[in-house]
Design a protein around this ligand. Structure first.
Ligand SMILES: Nc1ncnc2c1ncn2[C@@H]1O[C@H](COP(=O)(O)OP(=O)(O)OP(=O)(O)O)[C@@H](O)[C@H]1O
Ligand SMILES: [Mg+2]
Length: 232
C-alpha cells in the first residue's frame, strides 16, 4: 500500500493545566490515503476542530504523532513549518477571514505572496483560481462588499491557488443558504475528484458527510467509528 498522506497515531490534545486541564483529544489514530475525502463528524465540543487543527499543523498535539507522507511533523519548526503548511495545505475555515479592505484578488494571492511567487505569476494564478470559482469579474472589488457565498468562494479560491495536496474545510457551508452551500460543496468535491486533492471536512451536515468517501465519528475526544474501517 502507498504511504498514507496523513498518518495519525495516538494523538492526545489537552488545553490548560492542573485543575483547568481539559483533554480534548484522548488518543486518536487513523491513516488517510491521498485523494480520499474524509468527513469529521460529531457533537458540538467533541473535538472535531481540535483534530483538524492538529492535522493541519496549526496546533501541536500534546502527545502522539502526525506523519505527513511518512515524515514526522513534530520536528518542523518556524519557517519550515510555515512553508510546509503554505505549500501543501489549503484552508477553508470560517475564522480565516478575508481582509475586507483588500481586493478579492489581493486576498486570493496572499499564499503566493508568502511563498515568494513573483507579481505577474501571482496575478496569473490568482485570476485563474478566481475564474474557476466564477469570481473573475469581482477581482477588483473589495472583499467586504461580497455576498456571503461569494466570500466563501473567495476563501476556496485562496485555498486552491497554491495547488495544495490537502484541503481542510471546517463547516464550509455552515453560514450559507442551501443553494449556495450546494455550489460550494460541488466545488470542493470537484477539486477532490478531478485534481486528486485530499479533502477533510468538519461538518454537522449529514448530507455533506455522506458525500465523503469516509466518515470519522468523534465523541468526547475519541474516534468511535470509522466508516472506512467498517466497510473494508
Ligand atoms: N483553547 C482552548 N482552551 C480550552 N478548551 C478548549 C480550547 N479549544 C477548545 N477547547 C475545548 O475542547 C473541546 C473540543 O473543542 P472543539 O472546538 O474541537 O469542538 P468541535 O467538535 O469543533 O465543536 P463545534 O461543533 O461546536 O465546533 C471543547 O470542550 C472546547 O471547549
Ligand atoms: Mg468546531
Amino acid at each position: 500500500m502507498a504511504t498514507p498522506i496523513i498518518s495519525v497515531t495516538d494523538v492526545h490534545k489537552s488545553y490548560g493545566r492542573g485543575q483547568n486541564r481539559f483533554d480534548a483529544l484522548k488518543g486518536v489514530s487513523f491513516d488517510v490515503a491521498e485523494g480520499e475525502s474524509v468527513a469529521i463528524v460529531g457533537k458540538s465540543g467533541s473535538g472535531k476542530s481540535t483534530l483538524m487543527h492538529v492535522l493541519a499543523l496549526l496546533d501541536a498535539p500534546t502527545s502522539g504523532s502526525v506523519l505527513l507522507e511518512g515524515a514526522e511533523t513534530s520536528r518542523l519548526r518556524g519557517g519550515a513549518l510555515n512553508r510546509t503548511r503554505n505549500k501543501t495545505f489549503g484552508f477553508v475555515f470560517q475564522q480565516f477571514f478575508l481582509t475586507g479592505n483588500a481586493t478579492v484578488l489581493e486576498n486570493v494571492i496572499l499564499p503566493l505572496k508568502i511563498a515568494g511567487v513573483g507579481r505577474a505569476e501571482r496575478r496569473r494564478r490568482g485570476m485563474a483560481a478566481l475564474a474557476q470559482l466564477e469570481l473573475d469579474d469581482k477581482a477588483k472589488n473589495k472583499a467586504v462588499n461580497l455576498s456571503g457565498g461569494q466570500k466563501q468562494r473567495t476563501v476556496i479560491a485562496r485555498a486552491l491557488v497554491n495547488n495544495p495536496r490537502i484541503i481542510f474545510a471546517d463547516e464550509p457551508t455552515g453560514n450559507l443558504d442551501s443553494a449556495t452551500g450546494a455550489v460550494v460543496e460541488d466545488i470542493l468535491f470537484g477539486l477532490n475528484r478531478e485534481h486528486g486533492i485530499t479533502l477533510f471536512v468538519v461538518t454537522h451536515d449529514e448530507d455533506l458527510a455522506r458525500r465523503c468517501d469516509r466518515r470519522l465519528f468523534i465523541r468526547d475526544g475519541l474516534l468511535v467509528e470509522d466508516s472506512a474501517a467498517v466497510a473494508s
